[in-house]
Design a protein around this ligand. Structure first.
Ligand SMILES: [Zn+2]
Length: 459
């Protein structure tokens, strides 16, 4: 993504900081009274103004002539140097980079050096949750006894990864997602200043897809604004990119490429996609592949597709409540692409508590599964599917795929319909475990018979 416009329009005073009223009021109040903390911790979703606020507070702390309302003067040497990113006493460390770790390592010695231009030194540590345990310890020591003229501002999108010892030494501020209306207003302001031709609806779609992140909204606007920025173009480009990502993820599942899949999920997150919306599109793709497989009789791929549907459907539900945005998708992906060994019976038996163990020494017995069929049937609510399923015989179990044979074409067609497959497989997963899949086949003798009948008619 390109962030040129975002940088150009980054607020230079608290007055222009958008959407974080509570944070802004509290910080300005503290600056007004000169009640400064030596360490701040800014947490919240990406693109919501944490680094911008960190720079603003650094600027206000270092300003030689701070205004009565707490804002930096914007005129002194330090303010000018800060606005131009040329202040040597404002040190920004990106903890996500290798260099960041080195920077933290020699932080304790460097903070003893006097500031060069300003009266104080400010360290901004971005993505602070990425620090190693060792680096956190080094940082903690600096936080415990900071020199009088040194300030720290830590920023993170993942507060749960920050040790309690660090959190307790900081004044903490939680940043909220920015409202769509406020994002639209800001986009409109920038578009007008940059002479971008736009439809207001286009800005609204951008604001919605940015999910509360100003940086993503502005970057997307910049990407899509070669020519008129219309609602149609924005929809098309956002949608196109989503479809491509769905196809790529499907490709990663097919080839069992976990790393590629993880990269796609991470990129989607970084590009500001709504992951739940993406997952729902992805399920749509899986569903159409499932239909294709049924109608084109590609039964060998069906067990995999059904397994993926249930994994990603589960991820979709968990995405609402997760504390780590990408985690449910990552788990679904890893389960879908990695082959796990079946644990010996003593370690874990993946069956319901009331069911008898199906595996002994890692082997699964067809008789054990057969005993569970009445339980499985109880889980199939649709009566006609259940009736048809009852006529089948479990003939073998191979790499967690249960193969049922049917001697009636009518019943076979019923269970082998998309609805039949989904219903029966979910019943089986419920009783036997999520790693089981199914395959239905028509008794070859019946197949031959049908064929003969057709032959007769044709002749
Ligand atoms: Zn100033």
């Amino acid at each position: 993504m390109s962030f040129a416009l975002y940088r150009k329009y980054r607020p230079q005073t608290f007055e222009h900081l958008i959407g974080q009223t509570a944070v802004r009021t509290t910080l300005l109040e503290a600056l007004k009274k000169g009640k400064l903390s030596h360490a701040y911790l800014f947490s919240g979703p990406r693109g919501t103004g944490k680094t911008t606020s960190a720079r603003l507070i650094a600027k206000a702390i270092q300003c030689e002539n701070r205004k009565e309302n707490g804002e930096p003067c914007e005129e002194c040497n330090i303010c000018v140097a800060n606005s131009a990113n040329e202040n040597m006493d404002l040190i920004e460390i990106d903890a996500a980079s290798n260099r960041g770790i080195d920077d933290i390592r020699d932080l304790r010695e460097k903070i003893r050096f006097a500031p060069s231009l300003a009266k104080s030194k400010v360290y901004i540590i971005d993505e602070v949750h990425m620090l190693s345990k060792e680096a956190f310890n080094a940082l903690l020591k600096s936080l415990e006894e900071p020199p009088v003229n040194v300030y720290f501002i830590l920023a993170t999108t993942e507060i749960h990864k920050i040790p309690e010892t660090i959190i307790s030494r900081c004044q903490r501020y939680d940043f909220k997602r920015i409202g769509e209306k406020q994002i639209v207003e800001r986009l409109k302001y920038i578009a007008e200043a940059e002479n971008i031709d736009f439809e207001i609806e286009a800005l609204e779609i951008l604001a919605k897809s940015a999910d509360g992140g100003m940086r993503d909204a502005i970057s997307l606007m910049q990407q899509f604004s070669n020519g008129v920025l219309s609602a149609e173009i924005v929809r098309e480009r956002l949608g196109l990119s989503k479809d491509q990502n769905c196809e790529s993820l499907y490709g990663a599942l097919g080839s069992g490429d976990t790393q590629k899949g993880l990269k796609i999920i991470q990129d989607l997150h970084l590009e500001g996609f709504d992951l739940q919306e993406f997952t729902s599109s992805f399920l749509g793709l899986l569903r159409s592949k499932m239909h294709d497989a049924v109608f084109e009789q590609k039964q060998a791929v069906l067990p995999n597709i059904l397994n993926w549907i249930s994994l990603f459907d589960e991820a979709w539900m968990k995405l609402k409540k997760t504390s780590i945005a990408t985690l449910p998708l990552e788990i679904a992906l890893i389960r879908a692409t990695q082959k796990f060994e079946i644990a010996p019976a003593s370690a874990s038996v993946i069956v319901r508590k009331d069911a008898s163990p199906l595996r002994q020494e890692g082997l699964m017995h067809i008789d054990g599964v057969k005993k569970q069929i009445p339980q499985i049937l109880k889980e199939v609510e649709n009566i006609s599917i259940r009736t048809s399923f009852q006529t089948g015989t479990l003939i073998n179990i191979d790499s967690k795929i249960l193969k049922f044979q049917f001697s009636s074409k009518f019943h076979y067609d019923k269970v082998n319909s998309p609805e039949g497959i989904v219903t029966i497989e979910s019943a089986i997963k419920k009783i036997l475990g999520p790693e089981f899949n199914i395959l239905f086949e028509l008794d070859p003798a019946v197949k031959e018979m049908d064929w003969e009948v057709i032959e007769e008619k044709t002749i």
